[in-house]
Design a protein around this ligand. Structure first.
Ligand SMILES: Nc1ncnc2c1ncn2[C@@H]1O[C@H](COP(=O)(O)OP(=O)(O)OP(=O)(O)O)[C@@H](O)[C@H]1O
Length: 488
């Protein structure tokens, strides 16, 4: 039986377990042969002058090419409108009136001499949580400027922060940037307490009111040997400092998460000091996504986007859970593909090509960093989801297919509980989600997994792993079908 790999990070793609059962891995788009073909062979002296001329020639032609592109108009006029981090003007925000109103009402307290409440914004990715927070904070900041109130927004994305100490230092950096001051503690080799003190110093010396925005907070798990997850300790410290006198400025903490159950994992002492107001963000439907895209159509030059481009991009993005980031990405990538092909218009075919590329990249990003055991669990579950009408896969059925796969490639086989845990861990990548279900009062519980991308794309990407490629697709499919028939 293999060891549990539950605390491997996304970037930690090589594990002993991987090494024993995987011999090739997912490849990036450029292959070794691409590179070697381009290398000049200059090992002989007589080759040198020739290779110099070649370099000069190619430098010349690069310059020509650059100037040529300079002359070309392209199709995209304003790339910032297609950048997911760009905070668009209010009139481009669609379908979030309720959330906009709620967040504004709660945070506007910062305009007076009071502490705004803490907030917990939750919902699937790309549903406007960060956008609404930033838009409201930008407006508050503008009004505060005119009233001579020192207001600051200190925002961190917790996705790539490993420990509490790293997170606190990131807050210090963001606070220093916002206040335009220097940091007085080193990044490494000091206790986390000193970093907290530095954060309090910067905030107290520079602001009357501060909103801390902790995006993707549930990703800040921290070290496994700690009883309480790092996000819980961060919430506790920040909200306690706000309520006590450690921070003289008025402090509000906005926690943002895709995980609706994140607050269940927050420890009791953090809950009692954090006590947020909840704001829920639900999925966008295809019509809302179309409206969002329509208001960004001027990112392109006038009349270069075919009529069916926006409805198709919206429909693709709505297929999963209505992610506006995905919809915007699709028209950006479609536009870039059209530009690269030298086309004069963005067409439906560009959106289809963009959809394939965006989906595959997202899946690749996730599967690159996971162990082979997780790949097997994911493959088995996606294979089941690909065959059901609802696109959902039961854990009980997925486990049987997992058993078949492990036998087929002669890999370690875990118990069902471990399979379920590995699948649950994969939910942190927003690729898969689950709900608890039961067949009826007298029968047992199972989890039902649902994918955020088409299961076929996941299977196709995973098959790039040589060990999974070895297993016949038809055989997997017939095992899956037989198991689905046995479900009821
Ligand atoms: N209602 C909306 N109107 C216009 N654009 C939107 C809307 N909602 C989201 N977007 C755009 O979609 C992209 C993703 O939005 P945002 O970053 O706010 O999502 P999020 O819910 O915070 O997602 P995540 O949880 O993945 O961080 C951004 O480019 C944002 O401008």
């Amino acid at each position: 039986m293999g060891t549990d790999d539950s605390d491997r990070s996304r970037s930690d793609s090589r594990t002993p377990e991987d090494e024993t059962i995987t011999n090739t891995d997912f490849r990036s788009e450029s292959t070794e042969s691409d590179v070697s073909e381009d290398l000049p062979d200059s090992t002989h002296p007589e080759d040198i002058s020739e290779s110099t001329t070649t370099t000069e020639e190619s430098a010349q032609s690069i310059e020509d090419m650059l100037l040529e592109f300079d002359d070309e108009e392209g199709l995209i006029r304003d790339r910032s409108l297609l950048d997911p981090n760009y905070v668009v003007e209010e009139d481009r925000i669609v379908g979030r009136d309720e959330q906009l109103q709620e967040v504004t009402k709660m945070l506007r307290v910062a305009l007076g001499d009071n502490r705004p409440p803490n907030l917990f914004l939750y919902g699937p990715s790309g549903t406007g949580k960060s956008l609404i927070t930033k838009a409201v904070c930008n407006n508050i900041s503008r009004i505060c400027d005119s009233r001579d109130i020192q207001f600051g927004t200190i925002e961190v994305n917790c996705q790539d922060l490993d420990t509490l100490g790293v997170a606190v230092y990131e807050l210090v950096q963001q606070a220093a940037d916002e206040a335009n001051v220097d940091i007085q503690v080193p990044k490494h080799g000091v206790a986390t307490k000193e970093k907290w003190d530095e954060l309090y110093r910067i905030v107290n010396e520079n602001f009357d009111s501060v909103v801390f925005v902790l995006d993707e907070l549930d990703m800040l798990v921290g070290r496994r040997d700690k009883q309480e997850p790092a996000f819980s300790r961060l919430l506790y410290q920040l909200s306690r400092a706000g309520a006590n006198n450690e921070l003289s400025a008025h402090v509000s903490v906005v926690a943002i998460s895709n995980d609706t159950k994140m607050m269940d994992a927050v420890g009791s002492r953090a809950v009692s000091s954090f006590t947020p107001e909840d704001v829920h963000f639900d999925d966008y439907d295809a019509n809302q996504l179309q409206s969002i895209l329509r208001r960004r159509e001027d990112a392109f030059y006038e009349d270069v986007v075919d009529d069916d481009v926006i409805p198709l991009a919206a429909a693709f993005a709505a297929q999963t859970h209505g992610d506006a980031r995905k919809a915007i990405d699709l028209i950006r990538v479609a536009g870039e593909l059209a530009e690269r092909e030298g086309d004069t218009r963005v067409r439906e075919e560009h959106v289809r090509a963009a959809q394939a590329k965006v989906e595959k990249n997202r899946v690749l990003e996730v599967v690159r960093g996971i162990s082979t055991q997780k790949k097997l669990c994911l493959y088995a579950t996606a294979a089941v989801a690909a065959e059901t009408d609802t696109g959902a896969a039961r854990s009980t059925t997925g486990y049987r297919v997992y058993q078949f796969l492990t036998e087929a490639i002669d890999a370690d086989q875990y118990h069902q509980e471990t399979y379920v845990n590995k699948m649950k861990e994969l939910t942190t990548y927003s690729l898969v989600d689950f709900e608890r279900r039961s067949h009826g009062p007298s029968s047992g519980m199972f989890l039902e997994f649902q994918f955020a991308e088409r299961p076929d794309t996941i299977l196709e990407t995973l098959r790039e792993d040589s060990r999974l490629e070895m297993v016949s697709e038809d055989e997997v499919q017939s095992v899956v079908k037989a198991q689905i028939r046995n479900q009821t």
